[in-house]
Design a protein around this ligand. Structure first.
Ligand code: SF4
Length: 407
């Protein structure tokens, strides 16, 4: 006997979901241009980047913690997933045409089965071959995107700058092969035109704007103002409310900005700034070759808050291995608890990933530092969480798994 297959199409302003139930349940999610960007198959979750990379994630219990395991699919596995998603969308579109699929409409425009079928057809066209062509177009409009904060994974990245102005932290390999470069205003204009044309209807998935790359906010304020005004003309031509603008800031690059300079950026759309504090322990910061001290980080965060901006503070758990574990936790909690953070802010606890052959690995090995294992890092994250004293009106505290990032 053949099992009955049930289909559901979920249409939202930003995305289209296809659910297939044939004994098990599979869910494929596409942007409105039809690009597959997520799938759940049983216990396994998949995310596809615009670059074409697909990462599979599942969690396994180890001691008291659930440890995430991730891997990048090889070409054959990726193609199979893409073809499976496209086939599911095609079958769901056919079933909808026959009146045999459930339609869940939560978009702001009135429900329309014809529109839902059109969206299903464009997802059905996004098979492995179409995805490869899309990945090639992506590579024409973007330089590699190194990393974003977790709440910005679905941002529209605008590469105001490329690379990292400093590029010498011992633990960081994000931009090693990419020289720092600032795009002129006309170049940025062309870049925004290209990325919006590339994304097409898929732009609706991108709820915020992120100024790439590592430290775009190191530019002088007048140069940033010119670029934010250009961005505003692109995305808010009628002068209405803008999608928020977000960016990283390091504590040491460029001239330090005053609260009134940050305020100039806020009135032009800047909403939240992410600061890589990493640790409150100055000795550990020296090992990382991060030319900042904890006190500088606190001053910068205060200036941002005075300007009315929201802040995302990032600290690493496990960095400095066994040698620094105690001092790192104690000094980082002292620093964090002294910051004027509130409910609009974020604290990210990022599990340290040691890159093989990095300057950090070499320095740590020479100093006889033992790296912490996954369970010890989880334990450190728990200590950091439990040591925060902000109360119920404090910042949201979340994990930051950089290994999960793809764009
Ligand atoms: S400033 Fe940030 S992006 Fe640049 S090298 Fe250091 S950690 Fe990496």
């Amino acid at each position: 006997m053949t099992a009955t297959v049930a289909y559901r199409l979920t249409v939202k302003d930003e995305a289209v979901g296809v659910t297939v139930r044939d004994g098990a349940e599979s869910v494929f999610t596409f942007d409105r241009a039809g690009r597959l960007f997520a799938a759940w198959l049983g216990e396994r979750f998949y995310r596809r980047a615009l670059s074409g990379r697909i990462v599979e994630k599942h969690t396994v219990r180890e001691g008291p913690y659930r440890i995430a395991h991730r891997r990048t699919l090889d070409l054959r596995e990726g193609d199979a997933l893409l073809d499976r998603g496209a086939a599911a969308a095609g079958e769901a579109g056919d079933a909808l045409g026959r009146g045999e699929a459930e339609l869940v409409w939560s978009a702001s425009v009135p429900a329309s089965p014809v529109e839902a079928e059109r969206l299903a057809r464009s997802a059905a066209a996004f098979n492995a071959a179409a995805a490869r062509a899309d990945g090639r177009r992506y590579a024409e409009v973007y330089r590699p995107v190194g990393v974003l904060p977790p709440d910005q994974y679905l941002a529209l990245v605008l590469q105001v700058t490329e690379g990292c102005h400093w590029n010498r932290c011992t633990f960081c390999a994000f931009y090693r092969d990419q020289p720092f470069r600032v795009k002129s205003v006309p170049e940025l204009d062309a870049h925004v035109r290209n990325v919006t044309a590339y994304l097409g209807e898929g732009l609706s998935l991108r709820g915020s704007l992120f100024l790439g790359e590592a430290n775009a906010l190191c530019l002088p304020t007048d140069e940033l103002v010119a670029r934010l005004e250009l961005i505003r003309r692109w995305f808010v031509p009628d002068g209405g409310p803008t999608r928020g603008v977000y960016a990283f800031l390091d504590v040491f690059t460029g001239r330090r900005k005053s609260p009134s300079e940050f305020e100039e950026l806020r009135v032009r759309g800047l909403r939240r700034v992410y600061v890589g504090v990493e640790s409150g322990d100055d000795r550990l910061l020296r090992l990382l070759n991060k030319p900042q001290r904890a006190a500088h980080a606190a001053e910068v965060v205060r200036a941002l808050k005075t300007a009315g901006l929201s802040v995302g503070v990032i600290v690493m758990a496990g960095v400095g291995g066994d040698r620094f574990a105690e001092a790192h936790v104690t000094a980082t909690l002292t620093l964090l608890n002294a910051l004027p953070l509130d409910a609009g802010d974020l604290v990210y606890l990022s599990a340290f990933v040691e890159h093989p052959h990095s300057d950090y690995e070499r320095a740590a090995r020479e100093a006889g530092i033992r790296p912490l294992g996954p369970v010890e890092i989880h334990h450190q994250i728990r200590r950091l969480r439990e040591g925060l004293r902000f109360g119920s009106r404090g910042p949201r505290v979340s994990r930051y798994d950089i290994a999960e990032f793809i764009y």
